[in-house]
Write a protein that binds this ligand. Sequence first.
Ligand SMILES: [Zn+2]
Length: 242
Amino acid sequence: MLGVGLAAWLSGWAAGTVSAAPARGGPAIPAPPAPVASAQPTPPPPGRPIALTVDDGYAPQVVAGYVEFARRTGVHLTFSPNGTYGRAWAPQAAVLRPLIDAGQVQIMNHTYSHRWLTRIPAGQVREELERNEQWIAATFATSSRPYWRPPFGAHNPAVDAIARDTGFPRPVMWSGSYGDSTVVTPQFLLDQARRYLTAGRIVLGHANHPTVLGLFDQITSIMRDRGLQPVTLDEFFGTRRR
Ligand SMILES: [Zn+2]
């Protein structure tokens, strides 16, 4: 399964075309939002997977650039958008929906308005996750369950328990980052990419500042040269959409 995906990724890149590889476990069936069938932790798949995750999205042109990068190259990745930046994501929904249906792109929950969940009442934590899930369902016709990423990485057992009870038992942190939640230079971002684009990592980037837009080809080359296969969280953890 992984080999097929890798071949599709590489050939898609070489040909400069969109990969039409089906999702792991078969073609995705367009369906109303539903929880994933299996939420049990599993080890990363064999091979050299890497899970690219792209958070926030408050700059419309950066969101558009990332979506075009996915569409153009067929790269598998996971977006973690906040509904509060819906003005940036809405224009991309029509492009993203088929990529999501094909299992190339996945959406995880990053809460609606990006607040510190450890500093607000339980009811607001629940509302942050549920409101974003409803926005994701309405915008992208998919579910973000069971995966969520706490804004600022801020969570604790109490927040995790609320998330679990809200249908989000799987907080997703990261093991590498471009460091681009704030403005950085292209050289800094590339150095981060070279350091962290290695097999088995979950890498964090942001659709907030345009620096990354000029670096997609170089990021792609790093992954290709290292034999990495970019995968979604479902592919990384062995879960699947219903
Ligand atoms: Zn964020």
